[in-house]
Write a new protein. Structure first.
Length: 419
């Protein structure tokens, strides 16, 4: 029997297929589609959201409130060396004074004023205080936080006073040292004139001011807490729950071992999916025929040698095969079951059978050799890859990754909707 070039491989048929595939090219998933993925796992999303809200509420109940009190101090200019007149009137370095105010010496002195029996109070004050100097001035603010508003105020005031006391004591020690040094020079001098000069110098040293500054504003017990209240904790929990819940739902959707939904089949195949409704299978199959260019079921007129049906689940390919038998004209269409197809030898035998029985609908089994399946698909010109929600995601992905479809083959993923 002489063979002729089948209609599905004509130039016109090839152009028709290329236009059709371009028409149904898969578009990137929109934001709404991504949200739909998350919405499929409402239980996971809601559980994580509620858990985050619960944890934030517990945190809000057990976290103690924090109160911040502020005391403001102005530091007066003092000579760094009472015995040297050149150091009088030097400008105060407010950054240095801020460091002094927050030093261990000052905070330990403040702790001793408040509670001499608490050895750790000085360390507690240092870890909960901040000193901020006003730029280009001699003013600095002392902030102390505590869960008790009155204790916060008492600590801030104690630090401010201790800073002034320590600064004053340092000045007094410097004056005494300079005065003693002047007296030693007087005792060692043999000249009355020299002694007179040194006595005047000593007198000037002894009248040097030791006033270190003053507290401009005493701290008072704050009425408002600086810590986050329950509404803030709940808001943080809600935001965290929404983000974590959405992420968990998305990962659950991506990690599912089943196809589950038609758009997952679309992702696997990188092709637009035809959905066949459970309550209208015949109409769904007619839409599939329209998809391959044969809306009235005339495969030959559509430039096709037939249709090859495949699924990783043989029961699904059999179901679609039986539906095609119902919607295609029996008088002008041939049908080959999976067992009949398996009896055909691979290679040119597949093409000869299709050519002899054009148009033909071929049912294939899940374990059909891939090379033989692709030969059948190329010979018929159309391949339906069938799946439902229970289909194995990995197996289908491996199939589409491995299959090297002919450019003249229209590949249509078909999703059988069970609802």
């Amino acid at each position: 029997m002489a063979t002729t070039e089948p209609t599905y491989s004509t130039r016109a048929g090839s152009q028709r297929v290329q236009r059709h595939e371009s028409e149904y090219a898969v578009k990137p998933l929109s934001v709404s589609e991504q949200f739909r993925k998350i919405g499929r796992h409402k239980g996971i999303f809601a559980s994580i959201l509620l858990l985050c809200l619960l944890l934030s509420a517990i945190a809000g109940m057990f976290v103690k409130p924090s109160y911040e009190a502020k005391s403001t101090v102005v530091a007066y200019q003092l000579p760094t060396d009472p015995g040297n007149p050149n150091t009088i009137g030097q400008r105060i370095d407010i950054d240095t004074e801020s460091s002094v105010a927050s030093s261990k010496e000052v905070t330990d002195a403040a702790a001793a004023k408040l509670n001499p029996d608490n050895e750790n109070l000085g360390k507690q004050i240092r870890s909960n205080m901040q000193v901020s100097g006003h730029s280009q001035t001699a003013v600095m603010d002392i902030f102390v936080t505590n869960s008790d508003p009155q204790k916060a105020a008492d600590m801030a005031n104690a630090v401010a006073q201790s800073y002034l006391d320590v600064r004053s004591q340092h000045m007094q020690d410097a004056i005494k040292s300079a005065s003693d040094n002047a007296q030693a020079q007087i005792d060692a001098s043999g000249s009355d004139e020299a002694k007179k000069v040194l006595n005047e110098k000593k007198a000037q040293i002894q009248v040097t001011s030791t006033n270190p500054g003053r507290i401009v504003s005493q701290a008072s017990a704050p009425s408002d807490s600086q810590s986050r209240g329950m509404p803030i904790y709940l808001a943080i929990g809600a935001v965290a729950g929404l983000l974590l819940g959405a992420l968990a739902a998305y990962l659950a959707d991506r990690g599912s071992k089943k196809v589950a939904y038609s758009d997952r089949l679309e992702e696997i195949s990188a092709r637009k999916v035809s959905v066949v409704p459970a309550n209208s299978k015949a109409e769904g199959m007619r839409r599939v025929l329209r998809r391959i260019g044969a809306p009235e079921g005339d495969l030959a007129a559509a430039g096709l040698g037939g249709i090859t049906v495949y699924s990783t689940d043989s029961a699904l390919s059999s179901e679609v095969y039986e539906e095609l038998k119902q919607v295609l004209p029996a008088k002008s269409t041939n049908f080959a079951t999976a067992s009949a197809f398996e009896s055909i030898e691979s290679g040119s035998s597949v093409k000869r059978v299709v050519d002899a029985k054009t148009p033909i609908v071929i049912e294939t089994a899940a374990d059909t050799d891939l090379s033989k399946l692709l030969l059948a698909a190329e010979a018929t010109g159309a391949l339906l890859v069938v799946a439902n929600s229970s289909s194995n995601h990995r197996e289908l992905k491996e199939f589409f990754d491995s299959a090297d479809f002919s450019e003249s083959t229209t590949v249509v993923p078909v999703f059988l909707n069970e609802k």
